[in-house]
Design a protein around this ligand. Structure first.
Ligand SMILES: Nc1ncnc2c1ncn2[C@@H]1O[C@H](COP(=O)(O)OP(=O)(O)OP(=O)(O)O)[C@@H](O)[C@H]1O
Ligand code: SF4
Ligand SMILES: [Mg+2]
Length: 377
């Protein structure tokens, strides 16, 4: 094989590997039971995540976005096996975590790490930075004390801190530095995937960019896969490859980041976009502003969960829940009327013909509607 042929084969292999899922959620639900007093009526469970299927590809940065309470953190914790699902499965590297023996699960826990929004709350204030970062090394390997110290010093340098910082406590650092300590601790387990749960939301805007750049650098340096949970879309635009938009425990749109920003298809995504500042006046276009509060996840609305706030809602939306439909390469959306909504506002989008499943649902609904009108006195 000539060097150029080898190069082509290597590139194709790399592209194939990059498309392979490292982690998958299949029909995942998490319903939290609500405690009730002795004589109180039993309250319905909180449907934090409801029947979500999602793949995370090797080497990508996948963002989970949505308003507060939409289920992003719960979905992240389910994927990392930090919460037990009410229903559904988590598949890591093709293996169902529910069937893995304890020893293998411990390895999975090392492979899948998490960093939190508030590093101060997640770092033990009584421990030195060296102990905080060194703990996973101590727990998971038989490294000597000096090896551990050398590894911690290396990790501190990797995240932009100095080895001398190892002797200090978390309160002696700024917010950005504390987040770097959290990242170093996650890296100590030599993970393959890191989930950042709002990793920069608590930081000053100037520091946010530094931490985002650090995560990007580490991703390339260590071949990591990143899942980033974020409230707003501004942060994730610059760092993610794909975006999953969540509303009331469900994914309503999944798309490559540029496609999502250029032509958001779901009315909820369009409303979220209204909150993103646009720099050039030519790029500004009227978009709906999201009104009202999110309904309670204990009593989600019937049909499409977004119908109580959707400016495009019709009778069908109240009755029939839309399913995720493939609408273009790599794009999925859960809305009965996304075609019409896109046609009204998205200009150049090429629209496929309606799927058989969609047409069938629509005709079933129309039949049902005409039958109920006929049966009225
Ligand atoms: N342990 C729990 N017990 C009961 N309800 C919970 C629990 N954890 C989360 N919830 C509820 O589940 C829903 C989803 O919560 P989750 O924290 O996943 O949302 P989120 O999108 O991460 O929100 P935020 O952006 O505020 O962090 C919320 O209504 C929340 O109150
Ligand atoms: S299905 Fe109906 S209510 Fe739901 S987003 Fe689409 S138009 Fe709005
Ligand atoms: Mg959260």
């Amino acid at each position: 094989m000539s060097p150029s042929e080898r190069e082509i084969v290597e590139r194709i292999t790399l592209e194939r590997t990059a498309q392979k899922p490292i982690l998958e959620g299949v029909g995942l639900s998490k319903h939290f039971g609500v405690e009730s007093g002795l004589f109180q009526r039993k309250k319905p469970p909180v449907q934090a995540v409801n029947n979500v299927s999602l793949s995370v590809r090797k080497g990508e940065t996948l963002a989970l976005v949505g308003e507060s309470g939409s289920g992003k953190s719960t979905l992240g914790r389910l994927l990392l096996n930090l919460l037990k699902p009410t229903a559904g499965d988590v598949i890591y590297e093709g293996r169902n975590l529910a069937n893995l023996p304890a020893e293998k699960l411990r390895q999975v826990r090392r492979d899948l790490q998490i960093i939190f929004q508030d590093p101060f709350a997640s770092l033990n204030p009584r421990m030195t930075v060296e102990s905080i970062i060194g703990e996973p090394i101590w727990l998971h390997s038989e490294a000597s004390r000096s090896d551990r110290q050398a590894k911690v010093a290396e990790l501190l340098r990797t995240v932009g801190l100095a080895p001398e910082h190892g002797g200090r406590h978390p309160h002696e650092f700024s917010g950005g530095q504390r987040q770097r300590i959290g990242i170093a601790r996650a890296l100590a387990s030599e993970p393959r995937l890191i989930l950042g749960d709002e990793p920069v939301s608590a930081l000053d805007v100037s520091v946010q960019a530094q931490v985002v750049n650090l995560l990007e650098d580490l991703k390339h340096q260590f071949g990591l896969t990143l899942v980033i949970v974020a409230h707003g879309l501004a942060v994730i635009r610059h760092m993610s490859d794909r975006v999953a938009v969540m509303y009331l425990g469900e994914i309503v749109e999944l798309a490559p980041v540029n496609a999502l920003f250029e032509t958001p298809l779901h009315p909820y995504t369009q409303a979220l976009m209204a909150a993103v500042p646009v720099s050039h006046p030519d790029l500004r276009r009227p978009r709906p502003v999201l009104g009202g509060d999110m309904p309670s996840p204990s009593r989600p609305p019937s049909g499409c969960r977004f119908h109580t706030r959707c400016p495009h809602a019709r009778a069908l939306c109240k009755e029939v829940a839309p399913v995720m439909e493939s609408v273009a390469a790599e794009r999925q959306v859960a809305c009965h009327f996304w075609r019409e909504i896109a046609n009204a506002g998205a200009g150049t989008l090429i629209l496929p013909t309606p799927s058989a499943a969609y047409s069938q649902r629509l005709s079933l609904f129309k039949t049902h509607q005409s039958l109920s009108t006929e049966s009225q006195p």
